[in-house]
Structures are given as structure tokens and as C-alpha cells.
Design a protein around this ligand. Structure first.
Ligand code: ADP
Ligand code: MG
Length: 369
């Protein structure tokens, strides 16, 4: 009885999450740093919109409002963000494949959101990949009477449409161009600390010339951290699912090398096409146009067992106006909001009903413990 209730509760929970939309677009505005000119972005208090002013126009004319599933203002902490996406992360343990993308120009906070500062400093600044790993390990431990889980990670980089395994501790083969995620090495991990150790090694393996600073290098390639969860429940059910953290190459008109710029723009626009096609429920999804979408195909497919979250990052300084507008336009293009999806805070009555049912089941479960 108890196990069945737990399972039903989880299923209902996932249905509620499904109805909230399997493709979500969030926006995060990073704080203005002291040495930069004032902010042109207004987090207008509602949690789903922001206003941006064109610094070259009078205040009254140049203001534009953008809506997303959610907007996180500059004072939002890593934990605030994680609290919102926790159900999405936990759905991986119920068999969903989840992709989380960080999009934005250089210095807008993509790596900050995804990862922890590379000096590994304070606990409170840990990004969502580390908070998620902590959570997955905690959850697999909590459920250990009902199921056995194995967690493995992969780390790959896509640079100029070449895929590299960052955790293959040998000389990378020259045919990286035809690699798929199933070819990348998998590393069994028992704790978040194991993953951090691997990620440090992975960062050292990044291919682009070591004469440039890490931030500069990472700006020009996509990096994908994949967490694979394999589970076997005592009921006999097995599951295998993936969680991908994708720190995208920076969207920027400022990339100097024209070849690099071409590859970056092409792959970002292909990703946009795929997400838009998914949101519009098109029968043809154009995965084959870029390595990124091809690699992530299994986690970006229609049919209910995949979820996608895109964080569009905004740098609020004046100088970034053009890039901010281009980031917002891209994010708006893939936003289900524009495409008629259900908005996070405007739930239909079906969701409300299911929520009530979840609450009732929770109560029933509480009485059973
Ligand atoms: P990107 O990966 O997009 O190039 P980073 O994540 O490296 O950008 O961020 C650039 C700098 O801004 C880093 O020093 C980072 O710590 C800081 N930063 C970014 N977002 C935030 C935030 N929300 N709060 C505080 N500092 C931030
Ligand atoms: Mg970065």
C-alpha cells in the first residue's frame, strides 16, 4: 500500500509538472558590478516580466517589456533558482530526460548559474549542477530501501562542430566530429565531490589554445555535463534517464574569429529551431543541423518523457544593450509563452485539481508512516 501511494504521488506530481509545460524559458539578470554604468534592465517586480530601456532614447520611448515563464532579478540567489527547478531535477529519478541550457553573452552569468565558481569557494554560491547532484545523491540514498541507483557522468565539449570527450584521459582522437554521447566515457560517481574532481580535470582538457583565459575559451564552445541515472526498483521497474547541463557558447557579435562566430551562431540558431519545433509540436524536428541538437536528441524529443529549460542570461550594463536585445529575442522565440503554452503562474483548472489530489495523497502518506 505504502509503495503504491508513493508511486501514485510521484506520478501525479509529474503530471502537474507536465501540465506546467515541458519547455520553459527563464530569464536571469545578473547584478550590476560597481565599475559598470547603471542598469538598463528593470526587474519590474512581477516574477515573469522585465523591462528594458534603450539608453540612446528618452526614457518614455525606449522602454520595452518582455515576458517569460519566470524572471529572476539580480538579488536572486542560487538557492532561489534551485528551489524553483528542484521538481524538474527530481523528475529525472522518475525516468524523465532533462536538458538545462544556459544562454547569453560572455560575462552574463551562464557559468555562474550552472556551476560553482572555479576557485571552488563558498558553499552558498554553488550553481545548479552542484545543487542538483547533491539532491540526486540525497534522493537515491533516501530511496535506497525501494530502489538501487547508479549515477554516472560524462563531460563533452563542442567546438567548431567538433565533439570532444573532456573526460577521456588520453589524447583525443582526430575523428571527434562523428562522436555521439554514447561514445563518450562514463564515470561512475558516488558523491558531488567526485563530480567536482572530474569537472576540474575536464576543464584542464578543454581543447582551445591555452594562451587564452578560461572564460574566453569556454565562451567559444558548448560544454555539456551529462548525469545519467540508472535505477532498479524492488517492484522490478528499471529506469535510465539523463540530466544535461549545457553551458552554451556565448551568443555574441563580438567573436573575432569569423569561423568560430559562424559555428556558434549556426549551432545556437539550430538549437532555437529544435526547441521551437518541439514547442509547436511539429512533426519534423531538425536535429541534424547541428552537433549539439544531434547529441541531445534523446533528451529533446517530443512524447512527454523529456523536459527542457532554457536560462537566458542578461548583463544589465548599458554597453550590452544590443546583445541584451538579441538574447531576449532569441529567448522569446523559443518561449512557449509566445507559442501558446501554459504559463507557469497561470495554471489551468486541471492543474489545480491535480494539485489538490497530490495534497490529499500526501496527507494519506503522512498517516501511513
Ligand atoms: P559567462 O559564463 O556567461 O561568461 P560568468 O558566469 O563567468 O559569465 O559570470 C561573469 C562574472 O559575473 C563572474 O565573476 C561571476 O561570478 C559573476 N556573476 C554572474 N552572475 C552573477 C550573479 N547572479 N551574482 C553574482 N555574481 C555573478
Ligand atoms: Mg562561462
Amino acid at each position: 500500500g505504502y509503495h503504491r501511494l508513493v508511486k501514485e504521488n510521484r506520478d501525479l506530481y509529474n503530471i502537474v509538472q507536465d501540465l506546467k509545460g515541458n519547455i520553459r524559458v527563464y530569464c536571469r539578470i545578473r547584478p550590476v558590478f560597481n565599475d559598470e554604468a547603471g542598469s538598463i534592465v528593470d526587474f519590474i517586480g512581477q516574477d515573469d516580466s522585465l523591462a528594458i530601456s534603450d539608453p540612446s532614447k528618452p526614457q518614455s520611448e525606449g522602454r520595452k517589456i518582455f515576458n517569460f515563464n519566470k524572471v529572476f532579478g539580480p538579488t536572486c540567489s542560487q538557492n532561489d533558482i534551485y528551489a524553483d527547478i528542484q521538481p524538474l531535477i527530481r523528475s529525472v529519478m522518475d525516468g524523465y530526460n532533462v536538458c538545462i541550457f544556459a544562454y547569453g553573452q560572455t560575462g552574463s552569468g551562464k557559468t555562474h548559474t550552472m556551476s560553482c565558481p572555479s576557485d571552488g569557494s563558498s558553499e552558498e554560491d554553488m550553481g545548479i549542477s552542484h545543487l542538483a547532484l547533491n539532491d540526486l545523491f540525497r534522493l537515491s540514498n533516501m530511496r535506497k530501501d525501494d530502489a538501487e541507483y547508479e549515477i554516472q557522468v560524462q563531460m563533452v565539449e563542442i567546438y567548431n562542430e567538433q565533439v570532444r570527450d573532456l573526460l577521456k584521459f588520453e589524447i583525443c582522437s582526430a575523428d571527434g566530429g562523428s562522436m555521439s554521447l554514447s561514445d563518450a566515457t562514463m564515470h561512475s560517481v558516488k558523491s558531488t565531490a567526485d563530480v567536482i574532481r572530474l569537472m576540474k580535470l575536464g576543464d584542464d582538457n578543454r581543447v582551445i589554445s591555452s594562451s587564452t583565459a578560461l572564460n574566453d575559451r569556454s565562451s567559444r564552445s558548448h560544454s555539456i555535463l551529462t548525469v545519467q541515472v540508472s535505477g532498479k526498483e524492488i517492484s522490478g521497474c528499471t529506469l535510465q534517464s539523463c540530466l544535461h547541463f549545457v553551458d552554451l557558447a556565448s551568443s555574441s557579435e563580438r567573436v573575432e574569429n569569423p569561423e568560430e562566430a559562424m559555428y556558434i551562431n549556426k549551432s545556437l540558431s539550430c538549437l532555437g529551431d529544435v526547441i521551437t519545433a518541439l514547442a509547436q509540436k511539429n512533426s519534423h524536428i531538425p536535429y541534424r543541423n547541428s552537433k549539439l541538437t544531434l547529441l541531445l536528441q534523446d533528451s529533446l524529443s517530443p512524447g512527454g518523457r523529456t523536459k527542457t529549460l532554457m536560462f537566458a542570461h542578461i548583463n544589465p550594463e548599458r554597453d550590452s544593450f544590443a546583445e541584451t536585445i538579441s538574447t531576449l529575442k532569441f529567448a522569446q522565440r523559443v518561449s512557449t509563452d509566445e507559442l501558446g503554452g501554459v504559463r507557469g503562474n497561470k495554471e489551468c483548472s486541471e492543474v489545480m485539481q491535480l494539485k489538490e489530489q497530490v495534497e490529499r495523497l500526501k496527507e494519506a502518506l503522512g498517516g501511513n508512516k
